[in-house]
Design a protein around this ligand. Structure first.
Ligand code: DC
Length: 222
């Protein structure tokens, strides 16, 4: 299949989701928000009341998620959960269950199924290392903890959700630690990834850099 792949991995609130979506739109590529799959699993687990240590049940939920991605909306069954999966509580639970290898394995086929012509932009933690090692361009987006906490704080306030910047910052540090130190598919740049520190870059500048890196790669390969 002739499908180009760009992977954008990085820590929480590095801007990877926004950047990946815009890059996908500009190139008319498909888009995979892999974090949403972990969040959908987390939301289902939280609602089902099952024991959060019951790995088999959680993996079964992950492998059978009745979810749909429609334009920018995300559905679980017939319910639009686009906003419900974005809370800090769901994000933290997603990070906890994402450390279970069985849960990760249950989500692999769904993720690789997003690879379709003419191309895919996939964002997450292990897109370039595990899910799409064959990607044409691998980006690792980072930003300092203070910048990321500030961005997340502003996003929440804009949505009318009250937030405390110190506890957000502590949550980010804890989530980074958990995502980076786990044994299976930890958050690390792929060996052939290009790291972009976006602490002093805005979204437009970051998108421009990714597009120009992709154009350079594509011209070398054609
Ligand atoms: O990108 P995000 O904040 O929506 O992801 C939520 C959590 O899901 C994140 O803390 C770790 C997990 N995750 C993962 O382990 N692997 C991915 N490819 C994407 C997300």
């Amino acid at each position: 299949m002739n499908a180009s792949i760009i992977t954008i991995d990085g820590p929480t609130a590095s801007g990877k989701g926004t950047v990946a979506q815009i890059v996908a739109e500009k190139l008319h590529f498909h888009y995979l928000d892999s974090g949403a799959l972990y969040r959908l699993t987390a939301l289902s687990v939280m609602r089902s009341g099952i024991n959060p240590d019951d790995i088999d049940q959680i993996a079964s939920i992950a492998g059978n998620l009745p979810c749909r991605f429609e334009k920018k909306r995300i559905f679980l069954g017939s319910e639009d959960v686009t906003e419900a999966i974005r809370t800090e509580e769901v994000g933290n639970t997603a990070s906890v269950i994402a450390a279970f290898p069985k849960v990760r394995r249950a989500l692999i086929d769904r993720q690789t199924g997003f690879k379709k012509a003419p191309g895919l932009v996939a964002d997450g933690r292990d897109m370039g290392t595990i899910i799409f090692p064959e990607a044409d361009l691998k980006i690792f987006l980072t930003a300092s903890v203070d910048v990321r906490a500030e961005r997340r704080y502003k996003q929440l306030l804009e949505k009318g959700i009250p937030a405390n910047i110190d506890s957000l910052r502590n949550d980010l540090i804890e989530r980074d630690r958990r995502d980076s130190c786990r044994k299976e598919a930890p958050l690390v740049p792929a060996e052939d990834a290009i790291t972009l520190d976006t602490s002093s870059l805005d979204i437009d500048e970051t998108v421009k850099r990714v597009l120009s890196l992709f154009a350079r790669k594509s011209s070398k390969c054609s």
